[in-house]
Design a protein around this ligand. Structure first.
Ligand SMILES: Cc1cc2nc3c(=O)[nH]c(=O)nc-3n(C[C@H](O)[C@H](O)[C@H](O)COP(=O)(O)OP(=O)(O)OC[C@H]3O[C@@H](n4cnc5c(N)ncnc54)[C@H](O)[C@@H]3O)c2cc1C
Length: 305
């Protein structure tokens, strides 16, 4: 089986997450080539063919042009799977490629089972295995779902690619969303609230523990969506990525999108009534308890130290 891995260049830099594409191909047991509109000065570490278009000529994103460059490589390589990040680049380009190839597109892949992609359903409560019925398949990978144990290595064999397509739309740049207040990426202790807190009034328990530990509070996405906690404190793929010394997950199930934002924390404590909650896979200490009973007791004990 052959895969084509579509790496990304953003704001003048190669996105380091390309290693997740390589990890996916390794798990699939597929031979792979890589595609990048980037700079020859910043190449991915990869043993294989890298089809490289110069970002200075084609821009960091230009839909029609990147699509044409990619279709030319696909025609040459004939990969069975074309793999993107589940990022704004992938969201836009993957469907254009799938339509052009009349190929199935499977979005937000979180695992591979028996060679088939697995995606989350029902707000990540369930997983579905999907069989593609087209000769080629376009996939996007959920951030953090595939990881390598070691840093990628190797030197690609670079094939320079060009096109005379000019396109009708040009991406003129990126503007980072304004962040106000706390910077959770630099915080050493984070106490994070999940839906298991039950109601907005209970968030005060998380604030109290964070204060005693001289840390900050964060939250899972449903808690932010419900307006219990400010958006700039959301942790996960669509929020902050954090690496504190201590992360306390209170009533958080451990959906892959949440884990992607906190699993590299030094020490993780999870408090959950469900002993089988997936957060247990990354927790150093797993407390099976009702968070509403446990948090006030823990906070009081720490206060009295
Ligand atoms: C494209 C996309 C992007 C996403 N991005 C993010 C993201 O950035 N961050 C994020 O967090 N999520 C994100 N999600 C949502 C994610 O899939 C999960 O739905 C979410 O993380 C679940 O939040 P939760 O753990 O608080 O809630 P739930 O999954 O509902 O889990 C609640 C947990 O609390 C436990 N519990 C219940 N009562 C108690 C109690 N009294 N005491 C202790 N434990 C209790 C339950 O056993 C359960 O494990 C995203 C989803 C999608 C589709």
């Amino acid at each position: 089986m052959k895969t084509l891995l579509v790496a990304e260049f953003r704001e003048g830099k190669l996105r380091v997450e390309y290693s997740q594409l390589i990890a996916f191909a390794q798990e699939l047991g597929a031979e792979s080539a890589m595609f990048l509109v980037g700079s020859p000065d910043e190449l991915p570490r990869f043993d294989g063919t890298l089809y490289l278009a110069d970002v200075n000529s084609y821009g960091e994103y230009n839909p029609a042009v990147h699509k044409q460059l990619l279709l030319d490589v696909i025609a040459k390589e004939q990969p069975e799977t074309i793999v993107f990040h589940h990022s704004s680049y992938g969201w836009d380009l993957a469907p254009r490629i799938a339509i052009a190839l009349k190929a199935a597109q499977i979005s937000e892949v979180v695992a591979i089972e028996d060679g088939k992609p697995v995606v989350p359903v029902c707000n990540a409560k369930l997983r579905r295995t999907i069989t593609s019925r087209t000769p080629q398949t376009v996939l996007t990978l959920q951030a953090g779902a595939f990881g390598m144990d070691e840093e990628p290595s190797g030197t690609p064999s670079v094939v320079q690619i060009d096109t005379d397509t000019t396109g009708t739309v040009l991406c003129s740049g990126y503007e980072a969303a304004k962040t106000e207040g706390v910077d959770l990426s630099k915080t050493e202790v984070i106490v994070s609230a999940g839906r298991g807190l039950g109601k907005p009034e209970n968030i005060a328990m998380v604030h109290a523990l964070a204060k005693v530990l001289r840390g900050e509070y964060g939250a899972s996405r449903p808690v932010v969506d419900a307006g219990w906690v400010e958006h700039n404190r959301q942790i996960g793929t669509t929020g902050n990525t954090v690496t504190p010394r201590l992360y306390i997950a209170c009533g958080i199930s451990g959906a892959i999108q949440h884990l992607a934002g906190m699993k590299k924390s030094d020490f993780i404590v999870a408090i959950n009534t469900d002993k089988d909650a997936p957060i247990g896979e990354v927790a150093d200490v797993f407390v099976v308890a009702d968070v509403k009973q446990f948090l006030p007791v823990l906070t009081e004990k720490l206060q009295n130290l």
